[in-house]
Every structure is written in structure tokens, then in C-alpha cells.
Write a protein that binds this ligand. Structure first.
Ligand SMILES: Cc1cc2nc3c(=O)[nH]c(=O)nc-3n(C[C@H](O)[C@H](O)[C@H](O)COP(=O)(O)OP(=O)(O)OC[C@H]3O[C@@H](n4cnc5c(N)ncnc54)[C@H](O)[C@@H]3O)c2cc1C
Length: 309
């Protein structure tokens, strides 16, 4: 790999947009993705808030289009997981990027766009029953729950949006939230409250997920009254926040207490020749529209710094 190459780590909306901008600036660009391009959007049934699609658009279709656009301008894409990064010790030296397969590559610049992953509840039964009724992706697993009773845990945008989506299949969706009101935007709340298939359980946490071969019930604790109860369910979908995929950068770039990377307005990190974009960076709104904006700014910033501007 030439040392004036720009490497983009992660192929979600931030990485794909950075790729479009970098390739159009005629920078030799390689995108390294550990699973398959698309990121979290691949598990989003429908995107209704991305401008330009008045009817909404399927998540996979939106990111397929981004990838096709980047390829049209010459993006080189490869599979691989980045496990560590060494910034240049002196100006003019390359960034060294180590991959899980043992290869180390050198690049003139690196944009980190490794996004975020879902949090676990950390309760008994969760790990054992994952894939057997415990799910973190309604788009992937919702169709397995035709006519079933499922629970959704969480109260933010994703939890409410996915609870609404699950009513397409399930006969009943019980949304369990640890507070007495939802955090989701008003429009989603209105839609959920108006949906006769959704029932709400407030001020309540899941203490364990029970079942032998598959999920059979949840043990619940009402935090206000201290009352314990059990509900029978066929599945449980967990949407209780996310954490950034930045563990491999510990000690390399400055992060906040939760591991989100700190950047300036030009997406520069604390390390030379390394930028960050999207959900992996500290910012107030983690959405597709902000991820793509970050990706564009990071690529522009890299372009100027790498002497292409
Ligand atoms: C169920 C759900 C519904 C959502 N609905 C909406 C919505 O309706 N509207 C909206 O705007 N947003 C929505 N979001 C949020 C939105 O998907 C994210 O904000 C957006 O995808 C962030 O983009 P990103 O490129 O920063 O990161 P991600 O989409 O997380 O992509 C990061 C990519 O990096 C890869 N990666 C991670 N670590 C490594 C590594 N070490 N080496 C190589 N590759 C790596 C990952 O495999 C992944 O492909 C939703 C999210 C979820 C989970």
C-alpha cells in the first residue's frame, strides 16, 4: 500500500461517505470493514428521517446506494478487522495499522469510522439464550415471531421504533422501560401509544431471562414499588443503548469516559494523521445524517492535510 493512501476503518454511513469524498478528491482510498459494508443501517428496517426520501427507504438499500456511489469513484474495499493503530512518531512518517490476520499496513492518513455496537443488559440468561429468543435486531429476527408475544427493553428512539416494527409480526409487544416516560421523540411516542398491540410496563427492569432451550419468561422488578413479577414471552428484543467500537485505540487517541473519540470540528483526533467520524466520536446526536456529515468533513480535512487540497 502506498504511503499516500488514505485508509478508512469501517464501512457504515460515515466511512462510506468519507470514501465518496476522498475518491472524488482523487486520493487513493482503501476502506477496511470487518463484517460487510453498511454498519448499523443494515439492521434498520426502515429509515424515515434521512432527507431526500419522502416515503422512507429500507436501511440496506440506503447503504447499498452509498457503497455503489463510492465504488463509482474508484473505492478499493477489503475485508479485515483493525486491531491496533500506531500514529506517526514524526511528521512525514506513515500511520501503521495492524489487522487481525497479522498484516500491518502503512498509510498517509486514517479515518476511524468504526461506529458503535449495542449494549447488553448483563442479566442471567441473556448470553445463554441469545439467538434462541434474545435478539438485538428486530429487522433480522422479527419475522420469526409471527403471532407471538415479545418484549422490547428500552425507551429511546430505537426501542420504540423497533417495537412498532415488531407489531407487524407479533400479536403483542410489551415494552419494558426503567423510567416512567419514554426518551424517544414525540412522533414515535404518539405512534407507539396509538398502536393497540403495544403494552407498556413502566419503572421496571429485567432481572433475568428464563427458559431452557428458548426464551419462556422474564423476571421483572418494579423499581418504584419493589414488586417482583414474571411475564411469559416468546422473545425479547434489547435496545438499551450503544458503546463505541474504539477499544483497539486505547492509548492512541484521546477519548471520553465512555470511549467516544474526541475530535475538533474538522474531525481531527489528538493523534497526527488520524481523523474520526460517525458514532465512534463524541457528539450530541448519533444518526445517519450526522455520520455522513462527519465522514465528508473528515475526508475534506484529510485531503487538505495529505497535500491534495
Ligand atoms: C436498530 C437501529 C435503528 C436505527 N435507526 C435509525 C434511523 O432510523 N435513522 C438514523 O438516522 N439512524 C438510525 N440508527 C443509527 C444509525 O444507524 C447510526 O447512527 C449510523 O449507522 C452510524 O454510522 P457509522 O458509520 O458511524 O457507524 P456504524 O453504522 O456503526 O458502522 C461502523 C462499521 O465499522 C465496522 N467496524 C467496527 N470495528 C471495526 C474494526 N476494528 N475494523 C474494521 N471495521 C470495523 C462495523 O462492522 C461497521 O460496519 C439506528 C441504529 C440501529 C441499531
Amino acid at each position: 500500500m502506498k504511503s499516500d493512501t488514505l485508509v478508512i476503518a469501517g464501512g457504515g454511513p460515515a466511512g462510506l461517505t468519507a470514501a465518496i469524498y476522498a475518491c472524488r478528491a482523487r486520493i487513493s482510498t482503501v476502506l477496511i470493514e470487518k463484517v460487510s459494508p453498511g454498519g448499523q443501517v443494515l439492521i434498520t428496517d426502515r429509515v424515515d428521517n434521512y432527507p431526500g426520501f419522502p416515503e422512507g427507504i429500507a436501511g440496506y438499500e440506503l447503504v447499498d446506494r452509498m457503497l455503489a456511489q463510492a465504488k463509482r469513484f474508484g473505492l478499493e474495499q477489503r475485508n479485515g478487522e483493525i486491531i491496533s493503530v500506531q500514529p506517526p512518531a514524526r511528521s512525514g512518517e506513515p500511520v501503521k495499522i495492524s489487522l487481525a490476520d497479522g498484516e500491518t499496513i502503512e498509510a498517509g492518513g486514517l479515518i476511524i469510522a468504526t461506529g458503535a455496537s449495542h449494549n447488553h443488559l448483563g442479566v442471567p440468561g441473556e448470553t445463554e439464550l441469545t439467538g434462541r429468543g434474545v435478539s438485538y435486531c428486530a429487522t433480522c429476527d422479527g419475522p420469526f415471531f409471527n403471532d407471538a408475544h415479545v418484549a422490547v427493553v428500552g425507551g429511546g428512539d430505537t426501542a420504540v421504533q423497533e417495537a412498532i416494527f415488531l407489531t407487524k409480526f407479533a400479536k403483542k409487544v410489551t415494552l419494558i422501560h426503567r423510567r416512567d416516560q419514554l426518551r424517544a421523540i414525540k412522533l414515535l411516542q404518539e405512534e407507539a401509544f396509538a398502536n393497540p398491540k403495544i403494552e407498556f410496563v413502566w419503572d421496571t427492569v429485567v432481572e433475568s431471562i428464563n427458559g431452557t432451550d428458548k426464551v419462556e419468561s422474564l423476571s421483572l422488578l418494579n423499581k418504584k414499588t419493589g414488586e417482583k413479577s414474571t411475564i411469559s414471552v416468546d422473545g425479547v428484543f434489547i435496545f438499551v443503548g450503544i458503546h463505541p467500537n474504539t477499544h483497539f485505540l486505547k492509548g492512541t487517541v484521546e477519548m471520553n469516559q465512555w470511549g467516544f473519540i474526541k475530535t475538533d470540528e474538522e474531525m481531527r483526533t489528538s493523534a497526527p494523521s488520524i481523523w474520526a467520524a460517525g458514532d465512534c466520536r463524541e457528539k450530541p446526536l448519533l444518526q445517519i445524517v450526522t455520520a455522513v456529515a462527519d465522514g465528508a468533513v473528515a475526508a475534506h480535512s484529510a485531503e487538505l492535510s495529505m497535500g491534495h487540497g
